[in-house]
Design a binder for this molecule. Sequence first.
Ligand SMILES: Nc1ncnc2c1ncn2[C@@H]1O[C@H](COP(=O)(O)OP(=O)(O)O)[C@@H](O)[C@H]1O
Ligand SMILES: [Mg+2]
Length: 719
Amino acid sequence: MLVLEPFISSSCQLPVANQPKPTHLNRINASGAMEIEVANCSKRGASTADDRDMVRGVYLAWQDLTVVLPNFGNKPTKRLLQGLSGYAEPGRIMAIMGPSGSGKSTLLDSLAGRLARNVVMTGNILVNGKKKRLEYGGVTYVTQEDVMLGTLTVRETLTYSAHLRLPSNLTGDEVKDIVEGTIMEMGLQECGDTLIGTWHLRGISGGEKKRLSIALEILTMPKMLFLDEPTSGLDSASAFFVVQSLRNIARDGRTVVSSIHQPSSEVFALFDDLFLLSGGETVYFGEAKMAVQFFAEAGFPCPSRRNPSDHFLRCINSDFDTVTATLKGSLRLRDKPSSSDPFTNMATSQIKAALVEKYRHSQYAKMAKARIQEISKIEGLEVEAISGSEATWLKQLITLTKRSFLNMCRDAGYYWARIVIYILVSICVGTVFYNVGYGNTAILARVACGAFITGFMTFMSIGGFPSFIEEMKVFNKERLNGYYGVAAYTLSNFLSSFPFLVTIALITGTITFYLVKFRSGFSHYAFFCLNIFFSITVIESLMMVVASVVPNYLMGIVTGAGIMGILMMTSGFFRLLPDLPKIFWRYPISYISFGSWALQGAYKNDFIGLKFDPLLPGGPKLTGEQIITQYFGVTVDRSKWWDLTAVVIILVCYRLIFFLILKTKEKASPFFQEIYAKRTIEHLDKRPSFRKIPSLSSSKRHQPLHSLSSQEGLNSPLN
Ligand SMILES: Nc1ncnc2c1ncn2[C@@H]1O[C@H](COP(=O)(O)OP(=O)(O)O)[C@@H](O)[C@H]1O
Ligand SMILES: [Mg+2]
């Protein structure tokens, strides 16, 4: 057995290119050249020297890939993948097949360097012969769920994505050509101008959505493409079309690896290679058309009229044991089962175990091993990791801002609904406090009205949270693919929401200011509106911070509302600032609460310079300064503009926190993951019977929960 150096990876990602970046115009007019290359690529078993001459695509090989779900303490450790080896070559399309829960997604995730944080991977992944560990973003991966902005049309989605990622020196027409070419390639002409659809808008069909997902990924002509069950949920015609286009992509000299669930025979015939998995073990790996022969040799021939892929899954899906038992139960009443059918005589888990064992000693396994050796010797290629985008930062910022603005305009729930509510509530406030006046009761009314506007009305900004979460999902996906940076996203969000926030602040400010008749004068009006604008923006930013930590909208709203409640409570209206308990509430909470600054500013803006009726008749008139200092604990030695500045500083801090959280999530998680992986491996090393001898493990559909120490045959480089 090969002794491989453990390769602990959590952040491992594969480089997508190892060669001069393709000029995007090539695709349209250089198909002749491409074909020659394809012919070369499909020549199997070519010598390494040949490979060196022709390596234009990405050769991917993996050896002894094991993924474990560790469990500290004495509980069992679950193995999700068990010492898998295989390879993928340019010009060919590989299917990863297996029952659900067999580890298809886990294998794809390991290859693409996207494993979940709680699992640990060991083994080697070689990209063009080099053991690789990559930067954040850079692997093209079409995930099972389609994450897109539902408010955009198919063409718009592709165009924005193209502008985000293609080199900025391409002209608008060139980008348009690429987008149109991709639309044609994926057969999306029919629905080019249809909205993708949101929860309240019916949009394109599931098959079209899937094709759009793939189209988005092939825009930049990646050298390697991973797809997780691209055909699930599609009818067989759409599934065929999707896989057919994948095959065409592969024929262009790309490496395509896709997991697939129960393909029809037409779809199955499109695949070149097959990786058959069951319970994380290799049942078969090799050319797809040889699989039938392998099953026949192993004693489980595919009946002539059966779809081969159905037969394979039938042999390895242990769930059929239950099906057979049920069938037997009902058959017993009538007649005896025919003993010639191997499925009624043998449990599927036994069949599977026999196949796994058979494969391990078969010529297919030997051939695969030899080919992996060859591929791992490919040399002399600088594997350069390109990020998912070649556009300049400014171009990304402009594109993101435009796209986000369009999304906000079209999504009724993002700002429009809020604008309507703000108008209604402003009219209510304006009429309740109508023409508040200068009587001594007006003092409390003015204070309450000010507190309501800076406190409660800003609270309503929470309403856009679900829409923001939707946008964040798109961000997370695109960020994972490396389309753009966190800074560009943070800034673009601010810029695109700016017009809406200004509108809300102006509408609310104008209606309430003139109906209530606060202290008149343009500078007072301007301050009033600015104060509302910044308060609302602070709340928006706060909700963004919450969204980055709690990416679930119900939990997020609860968390956000809780934080806002605390900020409001310490703003100086419910309890005067000087009376707040000094420890904690006064210092530091009231200082970091935007509400306390906004409220002090609002009081100063309204009261200073006004005179009010005395509390007792005949007494001297009360001045505004007197009232806010004596009764409301606000110091007037600082101008209201300083209070506003404090709100702006808090706003900037929140945005920075948002930025830092997103950044740290990316940077820190690989670091922690590595520590976690190391600890797990040390822990596993201590287990005495962590043997190397391969053995037959009769696994059920999911691996039985035996501790690693009680399991044999972990062909892993761990020990
Ligand atoms: N991060 C994880 N934590 C715990 N269990 C996991 C994790 N990832 C996968 N699994 C388990 O591993 C098995 C294989 O999962 P998966 O690769 O998603 O299967 P498939 O894609 O073939 O349906 C399942 O039993 C699943 O519950
Ligand atoms: Mg899956």
